[in-house]
Structures are given as C-alpha cells and as structure tokens.
Design a protein around this ligand. Structure first.
Ligand code: CP3
Length: 344
C-alpha cells in the first residue's frame, strides 16, 4: 500500500498527519512463525550477518501487520563483536560477553576497527530492504546508546543491579570517560553508515538507563548520548528511547532527539508534558496489554490516543519490545485500532 507523505516521518517532524503512525519495537522476532522457522535453521548471529535473511525478516512484519515503519533486523550488540570481547548469544541465557571490560586496562585493550567495513553486512541489509520497500514505507536504523552498550560490555551480559558498571564510573571515572567516548564515536559512525545506506530515521536504544540516578545520568551518560545525537546526519529524525526513566525525562530530553520514547510507567500526557511540547513522543502501550482481548486492547489504544489529543508528533508504539509469546492476531488488532481510532 502506498503511504503518501510517510506519516511516520511527518510525525517525527511534528507535522499534522491524517492518522497516528504506528510501529512496534521487536516487530520482527520470535512471536512470528516465519521468524521461528528461519531461526530453527540458522543461529541468531548468522541471521544478522546474512543481508538477504535479515532483509526478509525486516520485511515480514511490514507486510503482515500493516505498520507505518520498518525497523532493521539486527541487534544493538553487533557493534561490540569487532571490539574483540567475544559476543555470543547462548540458548536461554541471552547475550554473553566472554571478556567483560572491568578496568582502564581493559578499556585500552579494546580493538580498533573500521565501522564501515567490519559491519558492512548491516548496511547491505539496509540497501536490500530499502530497495524492496521502494520508498513506500520508511526504514528505521538503530543502535544501542553508549550507556546500554557499556552495561553489556562491563557486566558481560544482562544485569540486575549494574554493579560493575556503576562501580567503574565511581572508582575509575577516567576509564569510564574513555570507554563512553569510544562508544559514542563508534555508534555515531555506525548510524551514519546506516543512513548513507538508506535508513530514513534512527532510534537510539538506551534500554537500561532507568537504573540510573538523575545525577549519574547527567554526569556519566547524558554527554555521550548527546554527542551521538548531534553527530547524526542533519535532517534525519532521531528517536531517543529508554525505559523506566519517568524520573529522568527532563534529562533524557536534554540529551536530544526529535522524538522521545515513553514507556507505560508514566501516562503519555504526563510524559509529554515532562519532555515538552517542542518534541515528539513515541509510545507507550504496555507490551503485556497485547495478551488481553482485542476489545480490551482497543480500549487501551483509545486511552493513549485520547491522552495524545491528536497533537502532531505522536508515534504509537509499545513502551518496550513485543514479547515472544504475543499472539500475532492481537498485534494486528492493535495496529488496526490505532489506524481506525486516530483517523482525522
Ligand atoms: O525491533 C526489531 O524488530 C529489530 C530487531 C532488534 C533485535 N534486538 C532483535 C533480537 C532490535 C531493535 C534489538 C535491540 C536490542 N537488543 C536491545 C534494545 C531493545 C530492548 O529490547 O531493550 C537490547 C537490550 C538487545 C540485546 C539483546 N538481544 C538481548 C537482551 C537479547 C536476548 C533476549 C531477547 O529478547 O531475546 C537479544 C537477542 C535478540 N535480538 C533476539 C532478537 C529477535 C532473539 C534472538 C533469538 O532468536 O534467539
């Protein structure tokens, strides 16, 4: 279906659209039979590194769900592999970094690499996707924000208390600074390469920023997120996403971005008021609502749309990614509800 004027990109620029655009984080993934079938044949990293397969996985939800944007199938941790830290996606345990960074010495031992050549498989996937989409639906590129990437590098995987990460910035602030500067530089280059290959917007995932105190976010995180955002090719919308950051929104906003991600722990209208009217917002349905009946899903969608009040600059999304057990027909019901109830 041709979507004139790309409602998604128009909403990123806070222009009036004839309906509220919607896409979902993790719209390509395990809740889809098509993905599970491919995944039975290939390892996760293999799928990411095969541009033909990554492109196919990216496109399936666009066709099946009728969303207003595609998001590249890839992972935020791919850029950590060329640093030489030993990235592995182990069954059941999530991602593992075999040689975590715990000291200034470890930071300095991270390998130098060429972001353009070492991650060319990502840009090749972008090229394939945009060629197939023929500019009918925009493609979102993405990267992890420096803090969330640092947390995986330092903890060696997912974490509950971020003890090693926080300890590094408290006890070795110079090492922390070197690491964050390095990550910010790589992330900005990586996003600009995705843009050069055809991505029309980018999202920075700072998924775990919600573990931070406001003061630590300002001192140890904000400057680096900001340096990524100011380095992005001019005119390309940036979505600054995080979760659990209702108490940090002022600072998240200060880090930058055309659109600020909101999760379900704050009402959309209150979140929008916190970040300000001069910026767009994305969100914020609880992913677990998709396990309710289609009727209840519709009610919850209506409530969020009511809070957005038809103001330009709202992009409908979940507050975090689609969960693996989510029924696909409920996702479709949600997308349809957003389109129907927001038509203006
Ligand atoms: O949104 C999309 O559909 C695009 C693809 C995408 C993936 N990961 C695919 C993926 C995106 C945008 C991501 C981002 C990502 N990766 C984040 C930020 C968003 C978030 O969820 O907070 C984070 C923290 C990661 C790191 C990561 N990758 C984890 C923690 C895991 C394991 C847990 C999990 O959700 O599976 C992954 C693996 C991963 N990334 C899978 C997919 C489809 C599952 C891999 C498999 O098939 O086994």
């Amino acid at each position: 279906m041709t979507k004139p004027n790309h409602p998604f990109l128009a909403a990123c620029r806070r222009e009036q659209t004839s309906f509220t655009p919607v896409w979902l984080m993790r719209q390509a993934g395990r809740y889809m039979e098509e993905y599970r079938k491919l995944r039975a044949q290939y390892g996760f990293l293999e799928l990411c590194k095969r541009p033909d397969l990554a492109a196919e996985i990216t496109l399936t939800p666009v066709q099946k769900l009728g969303v207003d944007a595609a998001i590249l199938f890839a992972d935020i941790l791919l850029i950590l592999e060329p640093l030489g830290v030993g990235l592995e996606y182990s069954k059941g345990d999530g991602p593992v970094i075999h040689h975590p960074v715990r000291s200034g010495k470890d930071v300095d031992a991270l390998k130098e690499f060429n972001v353009e050549s070492e991650l060319s498989f990502v840009y090749d996937a972008v090229k394939q996707v945009t060629k197939t989409l023929e500019n009918k639906v925009p493609l979102i590129g993405f990267a992890g924000a420096p803090f969330t990437l640092a947390s995986y590098l330092i903890e060696g995987g997912s974490s509950r208390n971020y003890l090693h990460t926080k300890r590094l910035y408290y006890t070795a602030p110079e090492a922390w600074k070197r690491l964050m500067e390095r990550l910010a530089k790589i992330v900005a280059q990586y996003l600009n390469c995705q843009i050069a290959a055809g991505a029309q917007a980018v999202q920075l995932f700072d998924s775990w920023a919600g573990c931070l105190t406001p003061m630590d976010y300002q001192q140890f995180v904000l400057p680096y997120t900001k340096s990524v955002i100011v380095a992005i090719a001019p005119g390309v919308p940036v979505i600054n996403f995080s979760t659990g950051t209702a108490g940090l929104l002022k600072h998240i906003r200060a880090a930058g971005g055309d659109v600020i991600g909101l999760d379900w722990r704050i009402n959309l209208d209150e979140g929008w008021a916190s970040v300000g009217d001069d910026v767009g917002v994305q969100g914020n349905l609880d992913p677990v609502v998709l396990f309710a009946s289609p009727k209840e899903i519709r009610n919850r969608v209506a409530d969020i749309l009511r809070q957005a009040g038809g103001k330009p600059g709202h992009i409908f999304n979940l507050g975090h990614g689609v969960l693996p057990e989510t029924p696909v027909d409920h996702v479709i019901a949600m997308v349809d509800a957003v389109h129907e109830l927001s038509a203006r």
